[in-house]
Design a protein around this ligand. Structure first.
Ligand code: URP
Ligand code: ZN
Ligand code: ZN
Length: 462
């Protein structure tokens, strides 16, 4: 008997195990793991000796073609999934946010996003929903969305007048989400602090990009995280803090977990590998995101937390605005689109800075980039692990390849990368999605429409 595809002789890494051997693939699934040379011949053979063979990345926080303050980011589900694949990611979980609030409800926003995925995605895509107002029957739509495989919802304590919920409404939303078995994601920054600081700076004419960061200090995140932890404690709903940017907030989440609160945190490359000096550069508007990039000591603290596994969910928070969009209101941070491109650089940066630098085990890398995001989004063990029966989503990292990050070598639908000039060691030169090679040594073989919408199951907090 032969296999459709055999990845032979690589270091096969899962979060809790590692061996050198062969991965056999048939009909889109992993069919066996065996010692080197023991798999039956493949119709297609890939020699992975000397390489790391890891589960394809699962990026739990992606914004494709997202609307923010009048700006729509440049990509669609084809270009975003192509860029994700080049960076070793084979699953993205994006958002269906009912915004503008007058136009959409959670269900209609979900339908609109499904139509955008259909025929365009080249890798598998899940969707989070979001509760952004309570007076439109949104809560009634939660069970229907959960049944349709949308099992997580992001809420905002910031962006007043757009998507923000009051703490009272957030409390009501958490009760409804908990009752439906959904995961409640929260963007935690306190508007009662940020809006006051923003208005003070604006009144003084201090509106260039550095003031964006100064108007959103670490305490604004910590204050919101602490308050929302208490809501999770009171409701018992499972919680997930997105884009945690400071060690203080990460530790508050970790401590509440020890006290029995069902809550986790996610972080992103910009909070580890950049620091606030970016806001002193002439191109500072390109780095405007919320929460903002923090000082060097906090970046170092975040690196420690991720490398030692205390913060084990690694997301991009990708938004592909381009230079023109980021700079259109370059002297007024209150009008700039927030967010950074990063779906392609998410995994290679952590592989290089963590695994290749010897600060993180390859198993921890797999946990952060694939297994834990898959569990939290209800996709495990179909995604996030190389095991018989799992989708054959695999990234093969060649540790001998060195890449200097720049738009010349990246594929995201934008004209800059926040990590311009950084040298990364190791790269996912070959990527397989549901059994089909979609990236091979610089070429994209994926096809628009091959990516499926994923009906996700119940989120699992480990
Ligand atoms: O600045 C950010 N993070 N933009 C994306 C939207 C969000 O809040 O996640
Ligand atoms: Zn957010
Ligand atoms: Zn986001």
């Amino acid at each position: 008997m032969s296999h459709e595809l055999v990845v032979r002789g690589g270091r096969v890494i899962n979060e809790g195990s590692e061996f050198v051997g062969d991965v056999a693939i048939d009909a889109g699934l992993v069919t066996s793991l065996t010692a080197s040379g023991e798999a039956a011949p493949g119709d297609v053979e890939m020699d992975a000796s000397g390489c790391y063979v890891v589960p394809g990345g699962v990026d739990p926080h992606v914004h494709t073609g997202v609307l923010f303050g009048g700006f729509t980011s440049r990509d669609d589900f084809y270009s975003c999934s192509l860029a994700a694949a080049f960076g070793g990611t084979t699953t993205i979980v994006d958002f269906a946010i009912p915004y503008p609030r007058e136009e959409f409800t959670p269900w209609s926003s979900f339908q609109a996003r499904l139509a955008e995925i259909e025929g365009r995605a080249a890798i598998d895509v899940g969707l989070h929903s979001s509760i952004v107002r309570l007076d439109d029957g949104s809560l009634d739509e939660i069970p229907r969305l959960v049944d349709a495989g949308v099992t997580s919802f992001k809420q905002f304590t910031i962006y007043r007048g757009a998507v923000m919920l009051s703490m009272e409404d957030l409390h009501r939303a958490l009760v409804a989400l908990g009752a439906a078995g959904a995961l409640a994601m929260v963007h935690a920054e306190s508007a009662h602090l940020v809006d006051v600081y923003r208005d003070r700076f604006a009144a003084a004419g201090m509106t260039t990009a550095p003031y964006h960061a100064l108007s959103r200090p670490p305490i604004a995140e910590l204050d919101a995280v602490r308050s929302v932890i208490e809501l999770f404690r009171a409701t018992g709903t499972a919680g997930y803090f997105v884009h945690v940017s400071t060690p203080e907030a990460a530790r508050a989440i970790g401590e509440s977990r020890l006290e029995g609160v069902r809550v986790v945190g996610e972080t992103c490359p910009q909070y580890l590998f950049l620091d606030e000096r970016t806001y002193q550069r002439p191109d500072a508007p390109l780095f405007v995101c919320s929460p903002p990039i923090r000082g060097a000591a906090r970046s170092e603290g975040m690196r420690d937390l991720v490398f030692n596994g205390e913060l084990a969910t690694w997301a991009s928070d990708h938004s592909a605005y381009d230079t023109e969009q980021k700079r259109r209101f370059e002297s007024d941070f209150t009008k700039m689109p927030n967010g950074l491109p990063g779906v392609e650089t998410r995994c290679p940066l952590l592989f290089s800075e963590g695994v290749m630098s010897g600060r993180m085990s390859a198993g921890q890398f797999v946990r952060a980039t694939a297994a834990e995001p898959a569990r939290l989004t209800g996709l495990y063990p179909r995604k996030g692990v190389i095991a018989p029966g799992a989708d054959a989503d695999i990234a093969i990292y060649d540790p001998t390849v060195t890449v200097r990050l720049s738009t010349d070598v990246l594929h995201m639908d934008t004209d800059y990368t926040p990590f311009e000039g950084m040298t990364v060691r190791g790269w996912p030169t070959r990527v397989i999605a549901r059994g089909r090679p979609i990236v091979l040594d610089g070429s994209f073989l994926g096809r628009a429409g091959d990516g499926r919408f994923l009906r996700r199951g119940a989120p699992v907090l480990s």
